[in-house]
Design a protein around this ligand. Sequence first.
Ligand code: SF4
Ligand SMILES: [Zn+2]
Length: 388
Amino acid sequence: MNKPVSLTLLGESNKGVRIHDLIKAPANTPWAKERQQSWDADEPATVYYTPETTADGTPCSAVTVILRTKGCHWWWSSGCTFCGYFNDTRDDVTNENLHSQWQYAKQKFNDFADHQMVKVYTSGSLLEDREIPVKFQETVLADCQRLGKELIVESRCEQMTEEKLAWATKINQNFAVAIGLEAYDDEVLRFHVNKGFTTKSWERAVVNMQKFDVRIKTYLMFKPPFMSEADALNHSVKWIEAIAEKSDEISVNPMNIQRGTIIDRLHRNNEYRPPWLWSLVEMIKRAHPSIHPEGGFNGDADQISRLIVHPTAGGKVRGAHNCGECDSHVVAGIERYAVSGDLREFDGLECQCQAIWATEISLEETLPTPLGISKSRRGNVLANLRSL
Ligand code: SF4
Ligand SMILES: [Zn+2]
C-alpha cells in the first residue's frame, strides 16, 4: 500500500517551515548567494559624490561611501519589508576587508580633499558591534575628525546608548546619525514596515543624542506596503509635524522597489503602486508650515528642521512616478525644494495626470479600500485593460 500523502500545509511530520524562512527566501536563493560571493570584499559597494549642504546650511560637496559589509543584524533575524540591502552584502567581510575598502575610498578622493562632508553607509548600523568591528568604527570616526570632515553615519535606534555615544563623541565631535524611523506610528512600524523597534526607542535615542550633541537626521518612508496613497499622504504630513522639533533634518524616502523584497513581490503581483510624485508635492506643501512656521525658506530664522525629499528612481516604474510625461519636471521641483525650502519651486507644474491622481486620493479617502485603488501600472489605459 502506498504511503499516505499528507497535505502540504501539514507537512510530512517534518519540522514546519517558518513564515520567516518563506519570506526571507530571496536572500537565500542560489542567485542571491552567488551574487554575494561575486563581490570583491576589498572594494566598497560604491563611492561617489553629490552636492549637499553642511549642518549650518552652507552648500558643499559630499562623498558617499557605501561599504560592503555583513549587513544588518535585524535583517539576519527578520528584516524590514522593503529593505533590499542584503543584495549588497557578503557575510564573510572582515575587519581587514573593511579597512581596505575605506583606504580605497580615501585614495579615490585624495583623502576627501575637495569635499567637506563624508557619508559612510554600511547597509546596517556603523556603530553596531555585531555588524562592524569596533576597530573599524574607530578608524572611520578618527579619520574624519583628523581630516576635519563632517561625518554622517546610519544607525538603528538601539545602538544610540549613552555608553556608545560617550565613546564615539570622544573620538569624533562632528558627526550626525541618520536613523531610519520610517513612520512615527507604532502600528505602521509593526505591521507595515516590520521595523523591530517602536517610536519609544526612537525617542530614547533622540534624548541620548541630544545629550551628546550628536546631530539627528530622521528618515521617513512614504507609502510603506499595505497602505493606500491617501493614507500615506495624510500620515506622512502628521509624522513630519510630530518629529520636526526633534530632528535637525527629516529625509522622506518615497518607496522604491528593491529586488527580492516583500514590496517587490507585491509590486510584481500588481498589488502595489509606488507613490505618485504629485503626492510628494502635496505632502511638502502641507508639511511646510511645520518646518517654516513663519512661511520662510531654508536658512531663515523660523526654520525648525530641514525637509528633504529625494525620490530614488524618481520617474521610473519602480520608483515614485507620475504619467511618464511630467515626471522629470516634478522630480526636479522636489529636489530644488530640498535645497531652497521655497514652495515657489512648484509654481507652474501641471499635467493632465494630476486630475487622475486627485481623483484617486479623494476616492481612497471616501471608499473603504485600505490598500488603495491606485493602478499599479502606467501607460495607455486601454492597452492596459486589454492586457488584463
Ligand atoms: S533596519 Fe535598516 S538595514 Fe536593517 S533591515 Fe531595516 S531597513 Fe534594512
Ligand atoms: Zn503627468
